[in-house]
Design a protein around this ligand. Structure first.
Ligand code: PBE
Length: 267
């Protein structure tokens, strides 16, 4: 039953992802800023969020999720970001590559490739969509690398090959980061590294690169999403700059929902 309000239709639930994700902290902030205290932000995972979205979408049921770009869900479903007049979710984001201190001296070839790494949303999208369609992330990444040798060679040209040096890349199992980390891992393997991918929670990923238990991450969402992690550790890593532009986060609903703004969640 209920009164048919937007909140009632949504069971006063925002479908979230893993607790450490920057978008979860931003959503808690939005709940306060927009007076959405009746809502519960459900903690789960990227996979559980997209499963809930798929199930709702299939039945044209109301749902609001913590969403981000680039992400395959926008290719697969008709979705929209809710307007955010208070700017809680920030403007356009960029993704940075972050190396541990000393990586430049210990693994100069890897450091150079990571420093050169830059690609476009559509590139990441190709891998993400392949994985969503069932490909193994390693295979999808290898295929992208094979099909984009010109782009990859801009990162690897003149870089000295190595002979099985071990390298650890940390990530969180967000769809976007599964794509990027597997891709750059494959590129580094192709120049001779023995690459291990270490899947962690968000806080653990930042701690790993700041303490040196991981060599690098390609998953630093800035300036907003990971601002707190960045601030906490900024003396303890090397920021290699932007690897992707035009990213973003926010609250996302299917276009069949008759609301346009986060404010409308109060209706
Ligand atoms: N995300 C994907 C992450 C960063 C990458 C938007 C889910 C986050 O919120 O921390």
């Amino acid at each position: 039953g209920g009164d048919g309000s937007v909140g009632d239709q949504l069971n006063y639930t925002i479908t979230g992802i893993d607790a450490g994700a920057g978008i979860m902290a931003a959503t808690e902030e939005a709940i306060e800023a927009y007076g959405l205290e009746d809502y519960t932000l459900q903690t789960s995972s990227s996979a559980a969020m997209t499963a809930a979205l798929a199930a709702a979408y299939e039945n044209e049921e109301p749902i609001v999720v913590t969403g981000w770009t680039p992400h395959w869900k926008f290719a697969k479903y008709d979705l929209k970001y809710l307007e955010d007049p208070q700017g809680i979710f920030g403007e356009s984001e960029v993704i940075h590559t972050i190396a541990r201190l000393g990586l430049d001296e210990d693994h100069p070839s890897a450091f150079e490739v990571l420093d050169n790494f830059y690609w476009e949303q559509a590139d990441m999208g190709e891998i993400m969509i392949a994985v969503n369609e069932g490909a193994d992330p390693e295979d999808a990444a290898s295929e992208w690398v094979a099909n984009n040798q010109e782009k990859v060679s801009e990162w690897t040209n003149g870089v000295a090959p190595v002979d099985g040096d071990k390298l650890t890349l940390a990530l969180v199992a967000w769809d976007s980061e599964i794509a990027s980390t597997h891709m750059i891992g494959k590129v580094l393997e192709d120049i001779g590294y023995d690459v291990e991918l270490l899947s962690l929670e968000a806080a653990g990923m930042w701690t790993a690169v700041a303490t040196g238990s991981a060599d690098a991450i390609v998953a630093a969402w800035l300036p907003g999403t990971h601002a707190a992690y960045y601030e906490d550790y900024k003396e303890d890593f090397i920021d290699l700059g932007v690897n992707l532009e035009g990213a973003g986060i926010g609250l996302v609903v299917p276009t069949y929902m008759d609301i346009d703004s986060i404010e409308d969640l109060n209706n």
